[in-house]
Design a protein. Sequence first.
Length: 126
Amino acid sequence: MPLVRIDVLSEPNAGKLPAIGEAVHQAMTETIGVPPDDVFQIHTSHAEGRLRYDPGYFGVRRDDDIVFVSITLRAGRTDDQKTALYRRATELVTEATGIEPRNVLFSLTENHDVDWSFGEGVAQMR
């Protein structure tokens, strides 16, 4: 039950958000064992000046095609699974949208079963 948040600049990528979301979800099913029907995503496009980034951090040349993918998920995936997720999701985003791999940035946040409530004020997985 990962919660995925995808942020892009309104121009040029707001219209690409659904395809980006599908690519990320497919990569999660292929690499970290997320069930196909486990889809919880927030897609947000931002006006110019509302999304900031360093265009050369770690030697990667980014531009306004940048895509931020933040995933909150239960702890337990290996480092190899996580890096496979980044690689596969980036491949699929590029195939689906033409966004260059240099512009796809990921952040994972891990938590535990008790950290999730799917409604009714209950920690269903506890």
